[in-house]
Ligand binder design. Structure first.
Ligand code: F6R
Length: 239
């Protein structure tokens, strides 16, 4: 694992955006695996800035997102499709028909997951990840085993608690989500993890130094041969 220390959130975002731009410049038709949440927002802002300066071209890029809440439509401001549109896709020249997010409106988990598995047969060149406070990646929550493929998960109390800030009340947070599996994440050629804030310090320590266990889903990243973690000082405070 390549651990890259950043001073703060802004520095982390710039460093992560540098890695993503290098990927897009070196392979303009690359497949990017993307994440939502607070961690990558600064990275997306930086990419948009460089796009506006004419330094980046997303015309041939394809993107595949990690996850989506079950039951939320793309128009719902809390959905991950909406997040991606407003935080990145609407501001760059990516072809939206080549951006993929699981279909939150598909009520049948089997159908939703099978359809997404078809899409992620594409090999991902660079997968961007955030880290959950409980060590989750995508919505792969701590469990007894690592889930290989796209599946429907019941969100844990810790995740519901962490994500309630985006909703009017905790009751509005969906209890289920569709997520890419750990196996699909591990198949990406390169993985980039952005981690910021003291509330991630325990999870980051367990990810890097702890045993590889499905109780800390991100710990599996120790087995991948091209992982870069960009973390700020607060997130690294327990290392
Ligand atoms: C989002 C995702 C999640 C988040 C994680 C951290 O697509 O898959 O794993 O990356 O919950 O969220 P933030 O960045 O909001 O702390």
């Amino acid at each position: 694992m390549n651990i890259c220390k950043a001073k703060n959130y802004q520095d982390m975002s710039r460093k992560a955006a540098n890695i993503i731009s290098a990927q897009v410049i070196m392979k303009p038709h690359c497949v990017l695996g993307l994440a939502t949440g607070s961690s990558p927002i600064g990275t997306y802002k930086q990419l948009i800035e460089w796009y506006n300066k004419g330094d980046l071209d997303f015309a041939r890029v394809m993107s595949i997102n990690l996850d989506e809440y079950k039951g939320l439509s793309p128009e719902n401001p809390q959905s991950y499709r909406y997040f991606m549109n407003t935080n990145l896709f609407d501001h760059v020249n990516i072809d939206k028909t080549r951006t993929f997010v699981p279909n939150g409106l598909e009520p049948d988990p089997e159908k939703a997951c099978a359809a997404y598995e078809e899409i992620i047969r594409q090999s991902i060149d660079l997968q961007l990840l955030g880290l959950g406070r409980n060590g989750h990646i995508g919505f792969n929550e701590p469990a007894d085993s690592f889930a290989r493929e796209t599946h429907c998960v019941n969100l844990t109390e810790s995740t519901i608690d962490a994500n309630k800030r985006f909703f009017e009340s905790e009751n509005d947070v969906p209890r289920q989500a569709y997520t890419m599996g750990i196996g699909s994440i591990m198949k990406a050629r390169k993985i980039l993890v952005v981690v910021s804030g003291e509330d991630k310090a325990d999870a980051l320590k367990a990810t890097i130094c702890g045993p590889i266990t499905p109780q800390v889903p991100a710990s599996i990243l120790q087995l991948h041969n091209d992982v870069t973690i960009v973390a700020d000082e607060a997130a690294m405070s327990k290392l």
